[in-house]
Design a protein around this ligand. Structure first.
Ligand code: MRU
Length: 341
């Protein structure tokens, strides 16, 4: 199993996902500012993984903070980490959890506060792996044996502390003895499917066929796909799902081809304060991700570019949402609230 993110000797060590699959290189962050930069630059990415990174970033920041005016420093650390990426709610969930713990320890000796924050960040990491395994257990029965599962982006071990959400469902189905093939969309423009999902599943020996994003409809129509399983960055109270750009198109194609469209995500990805997906902030990423491939320009100089990193799939396209607490189906206003209570 790949170690996406670890705490080693007072530093945050992560697989540099911008280099995969050409090179497996670890990136070491020794300050909270370096953790924030690693999240922003997508050295680490995927909703649960950036939550774990942010928690470790808070712990690292406080470990290095001066003793006086600690409250103000914690504010600055949390604000810096929160400004990295706007869409995945797990980032804010993890920062809030660290902040709440800090609040409960205010006035205690600084050594105790530092230790407690490091322990909490490590706990969030461990819990994430256990949560992914539970998502896998809950989702595996939904996967049709003998057909391929189509996935988009990377919602695997690399996008979490380990095991994955969508890929966790696939892993659990394989572990349960099901014969499963995976079709992975390459996922333009950042190529998480081609670079990360393909690499990760190959490591596990799970059969994978890489396709470009515009091939998904063709393969669904051919009858080779049994279902779609994707991850999520934020899920609104009505079941609308923000996930990697292109997910919406895949969901519409799945409905057209009468294929189930499953979303696998931890409870920490639910944002029940938001009534619908229209309220989810969508990150706009640099134009160079679209105009360049591996540093080489593939579009005319000066061309206008749009690069939203995520889209919102309306709940009516979502067959079920698989979480560690169980599987929710429409009407999501009721079923999601039931899962968190
Ligand atoms: O921009 P990214 O690579 O962080 O986007 C990742 C996704 O959209 C994933 O599908 C999502 O975060 C779920 S990861 C378990």
């Amino acid at each position: 199993m790949v170690e996406t993110i670890q705490w080693i000797d007072g530093a945050v060590v992560m697989i540099d996902q911008t280099r995969l699959p050409l090179e497996v290189r670890m990136a070491t962050c020794r300050t909270y500012q370096e953790v924030a930069a690693a999240i922003k630059d997508m050295i680490i990415r995927g909703a649960p993984a950036i939550g774990v990174a942010a928690a470790m970033g808070v712990a690292l920041g406080v470990a290095q903070a001066a003793e006086d005016d600690l409250d103000a420093q914690v504010e600055t650390i949390c604000r810096t980490l929160a400004r990295t990426r706007p869409t995945a709610v797990n980032l804010f969930w993890a920062i809030d959890r660290m902040k709440a713990l800090y609040g409960s320890l205010r006035g205690r000796p600084i050594a105790e506060i530092r230790r407690a924050l490091i322990e909490e960040a490590l706990r969030i990491r461990e819990e994430d792996i256990a949560i992914c395994r539970a998502i896998g257990r809950n989702g595996a029965p939904l996967v049709v044996e003998g057909k391929a599962v189509l996935t988009h982006c990377n919602a695997g071990a690399l996008a979490t502390a380990g095991y994955g959400t969508a890929l966790g469902v696939i892993r659990a189905a394989v572990e349960a003895g099901k014969r499963i093939d995976v079709f992975a969309d390459e996922t333009r423009p950042f190529l998480q499917g081609a670079r990360l999902t393909a690499w990760e599943l190959e490591q596990d020996g799970i059969p994978i066929t890489l396709i470009t994003d515009n091939m998904a409809g063709h393969f669904m129509k051919s009858g080779r796909i049994g279902c779609v399983v994707v991850g999520a960055d934020r899920i609104a109270a009505n079941g609308d799902v923000a996930n990697k750009i292109g997910t919406y198109s895949v969901a519409v194609l799945a409905k057209e081809n009468n294929l189930p469209f499953y979303v696998a995500a931890p409870i920490s990805t639910l944002d029940l304060k938001l009534a619908s997906g229209d309220l989810i902030p969508i990150e706009e990423r640099p134009a160079a991700e679209v105009t360049h491939l591996y540093g080489k320009r593939v579009a005319p100089e000066g061309i206008q570019v749009a690069n939203p990193a995520f889209d919102v799939t309306p709940a009516r396209y979502v067959t079920a949402i698989v979480t560690e607490n169980g599987v929710a189906r429409a009407p999501y206003e009721e079923s999601l609230r039931k899962l968190v209570s």
